[in-house]
Design a protein around this ligand. Sequence first.
Ligand SMILES: [Zn+2]
Length: 378
Amino acid sequence: MYQKIIKESNENKIFQYLFKSKENFVINDIANALNMSFPTVKRVVDILVKKNIIVERDKIGEGVGRKARVYGFNPDFCYSIGIRITSHSFQFILINGYCEIKKEKLYNIELDTSSIVDSLEECINNFIATLNVDEKKHLIGVGIATRGIVNNEKNFVEFSNTDSFPLRSLESIRKKLGVPVLIENESNLAVISESILGLGQKLNHFVCLTLSDSISCSTFQKEQHDSFSFKAGRIHHMNINPDGNLCECGSKGCLGSYISDKALILEFKKFFPEINDFDEIFSEKYLETNFGKLLINNYIKHLAIGIRNLLFFSNPEKLIITGKICKYKNIIKPELLKAIYTPNHIFYRGEDTILFSKFNEQTGILGAAIFPIVDSLF
Ligand SMILES: [Zn+2]
């Protein structure tokens, strides 16, 4: 479990407010929004201007009277690198202080946990070589999104049930870069994206269900004074059918063996061998056929079982689905809601509990890049 105790200073409250809103402002805007006095806000704004986190813009006002100074958040005050490890690639992004993606790069690799840290280091060096002087100078950290569980107490990343690597092996990368290198479960990082920039901004308790080649979920819980914690679960191997599909873990009927992107592609390939890519599935060419309809309904049925179990387990305010499937929410959402909320269902909340992330499959990697900013500046 990751727990973030939010610093309770006025400086931090104002920084967080600006980081999330990104709007130009006059001192009174913040004083009103955060219920602080003008002199308090002015003092903090002066500090943030000195740190170059805030920049002064033009003054506004009518006529000859005193005009108010307008300030803006400086998007270039920091940069952060996000990396997503998949079974066949490292995806890299560079974001600025506005959380805008400024650079992207994909490295195709054959993943081998015994050499993962070496290949990661090589790709990081290659990516950093593409940054300009300012981006390097203001680099605040590197966040890595991985499948599996990051065990900080026992110091390892459990990549799959048979594969793990020691956390401390990232230390050499950290030392060479001179900035923090953080690693977290992909779904935990999806929770960060949603809570800072996405659909979870105003929520106290929500669950992210991340659908990619593996399935994971994470629970976000807001605590006192805006502090928060999140915890990932290995829902990929939650059993939904004791005699069901064979999973890579050796068991039968794991949820992931029905609703992972890989599982859906495999099912479609049985009838349409030419399909190679997840996105190809969602074309009329396949979905309008009888087999296509059958396969997608079967996928929706199992996705609904997984979601119902999650809702029963943690009763979240919202359940946010993240992953490539979000691009096709118009196709699956009506049937999915019908399958979750059957007539006379016994859920505490209704259909509006289920949301689809606006970041699609980028939710995790975006969260990876935001993580060092949240970890060190919030
Ligand atoms: Zn399994």
